[in-house]
Design a protein around this ligand. Structure first.
Ligand code: SAH
Length: 217
């Protein structure tokens, strides 16, 4: 080993190795994550930490999630190529960019226009033309595009929001953190079965809270 900074290839190998070591085993998830450079979604002071497995601050007091948590959520969502996916909490756009490589169509909503605008510009630049970015209150879902095959929520609510459960297609899967915002939350997987909703607890996580209404600029 020399003291030189790692090459892009070394950094990528280390990044994928860390994901696997944290339980991200699904080949399609790993391939999609390999295609998305997290460095493009982290700007400013923390740009040099973009390839580390840690959450990082983004604008508006929000955070881009830890890559291994993004991987575990994406894996649990089990997106199929024909799927229409809804994400609540665009943030940096990193999770949506990964989903765009797995799904037919991705809708992503954030309550901050200061986050949706740069995310939309980045998707355009990366030619991720199957992603639609909406500024709005995602706790109401996106009724005009419902039902969804998959829903992923990247901010924590006390319980799964009713409108999101209602907008999940039969057989569909929703992955979301639930719990009090300032304590430990659980990542859960909800599957809509003909008999009702099935709930599975996946792992403890910590997300920013799901807030109601549009943010003031
Ligand atoms: N998925 C993001 C990380 C999201 S952080 C990424 O890959 O970078 C959580 C985001 O949820 C924040 O940007 C916050 O503004 C947003 N959020 C919180 N409550 C919301 C709501 N009701 N509707 C839409 N977005 C919301």
């Amino acid at each position: 080993m020399t003291g030189d900074a790692p090459s892009d290839a070394e950094r990528k190998m280390q990044f994928l190795y860390t994901l696997r070591s944290k339980g991200v085993m699904d080949a399609r998830t790993l391939t999609a994550m390999e295609k998305v450079d997290r460095g493009l979604f982290v700007t400013g002071h923390f740009a040099d930490k973009a390839y580390e497995d840690m959450p990082l601050p983004i604008a508006c007091g929000q955070t881009i999630s830890q890559p291994s948590v993004v991987g575990l959520m994406t894996q649990a969502l089990n997106v199929q190529p024909r799927d229409k996916v809804l994400e609540i909490g665009t943030g940096s756009g990193y999770q949506a960019a990964i989903l765009s490589h797995l799904a037919r169509r991705v809708y992503t909503i954030d309550r901050h226009a200061r986050l949706t605008r740069p995310a939309r510009a980045l998707f355009d630049k990366l030619n991720l033309s199957n992603v639609t970015v909406v500024t709005g209150d995602g706790s109401r879902g996106l009724p005009e595009q419902a039902p969804f095959d998959r829903i992923i929520v990247t901010a924590a609510a006390e319980d799964p929001p009713g409108p999101l459960l209602a907008q999940l297609r039969m057989g569909g899967i929703m992955v979301l953190p639930v719990g009090q915002s300032d304590t430990v939350q659980s990542l859960i997987k909800v599957t809509r079965e003909p008999e009702g909703f099935d709930y599975e607890e996946l792992l403890p996580v910590r997300f920013v809270p799901l807030l109601e209404g549009l943010a003031q600029e």
